[in-house]
Write a protein that binds this ligand. Structure first.
Ligand SMILES: [Zn+2]
Length: 250
C-alpha cells in the first residue's frame, strides 16, 4: 500500500517553520493541509492590513512552498483567530487562566469544517501513514483547535499521530514547560529529535517564501530553534510505538 504523510498546518507557514528541516529530506510523498488561510496578519503590520489582499498573498506563499518542496497541496481559507477575535491577543493566544476552555467553546462550531477538510485531504486512497499535528505550544487558539479536532479524528480513524513543536513559539518555553504541555496532551508521548541532513540555514532559507510572515527577527529565531538541541534538528513527540514508524519516514 502506498505510504504518505499528512502535514497539518493551522496557518500557512506553520509546517515550514516547525518541520522545514524534515520537509527538506522527506522520502515519502506528503500532503500539506493548510486550514486558516483567511488572514490580515503580516509580520510588518501585525493585524492592520487589508484582509483580501493578505489572504491572496498568503495563499500564493503557501502554494509556492508546496510546489518548491513537491508537496500535495490542500488549502482552506477558514478565518484565522485574528479575524474572529478582532485583534484581541489574549484571546488569539488563549492567555486566560484556563486556555483550553475557550478552545472547547469553539469546538462545536469547527468540528464539522475541520473534519471535512481532513476527509478531503485523505481522499479515497490509502489513509496517511502518520498525521503530523501542531502540539499547540504557545497556546495559539487555532493551533489548539486543530490539534484537538484532528487528534480525535486520527484516533477514530486508527491513524498514528506525531505532534511537532510549534515554532517559533516553542522557543519561549523552558524544557519543563514543554514537557508539562506534552504530558497534558497524553502522558505516553515521548520526544524524538529529527536531525537535518542539510544545515539550519537551508531550513531557514526554505521558509523565506513566506515573505509576508518573516523578517530578520523571525529568521534569527528560527535559526536559534534549529540548533537549540545541540545539533541541527526539529523535535516531535509521539507514542513510543510510533517512533520506529517515524524513522522509516526519513
Ligand atoms: Zn500558526
Amino acid at each position: 500500500m502506498p505510504r504518505w504523510l499528512l502535514l497539518v498546518s493551522p496557518h500557512p507557514d506553520d509546517i515550514a517553520f516547525s518541520l522545514g528541516g524534515l520537509i527538506g529530506q522527506l522520502k515519502l510523498p506528503a500532503t500539506l493541509l493548510t486550514l486558516f488561510g483567511r488572514s490580515n496578519y503580516t509580520v510588518a503590520n501585525a493585524l492592520q492590513n487589508d484582509e483580501r489582499e493578505i489572504t491572496l498573498l498568503r495563499r500564493e506563499e503557501d502554494r509556492t512552498f508546496a510546489k518548491n518542496n513537491s508537496l500535495q497541496w490542500c488549502y482552506h481559507e477558514f478565518p484565522a483567530a485574528g479575524l474572529r477575535f478582532g485583534g484581541n491577543w489574549d484571546k488569539i493566544f488563549d492567555n486566560a487562566a484556563e486556555p483550553q476552555k475557550a478552545v472547547r467553546a469553539e469546538m462545536p462550531k469547527w468540528n464539522g469544517p475541520l473534519r471535512a477538510a481532513a476527509r478531503l485531504a485523505c481522499g479515497k486512497g490509502p489513509p496517511p501513514a502518520i498525521i503530523m499535528l501542531p502540539a499547540g505550544l504557545g497556546n495559539h487558539h487555532d493551533h489548539l483547535l486543530v490539534r484537538e479536532i484532528f487528534h480525535k479524528y486520527a484516533q477514530e480513524q486508527d491513524r498514528p499521530v506525531a505532534f511537532y513543536e510549534d515554532l517559533p513559539y516553542a522557543l519561549d518555553l523552558s524544557e519543563s514547560e514543554i514537557k508539562a504541555h506534552m504530558t497534558e496532551i497524553d502522558g505516553s508521548l515521548k520526544p524524538q529529535l529529527l536531525p537535518f541532513v542539510d544545515d539550519t540555514d537551508d531550513k531557514v532559507r526554505r521558509t523565506t517564501c513566506y515573505r509576508s510572515q518573516v523578517d530578520e527577527a523571525v529568521l534569527r529565531r528560527l535559526r536559534l530553534a534549529g540548533v537549540r538541541y545541540g545539533i541541527s534538528a526539529e523535535r516531535i513527540w509521539s507514542e513510543v510505538s510510533n517512533v520506529s514508524r517515524i524513522d522509516l519516514l526519513r
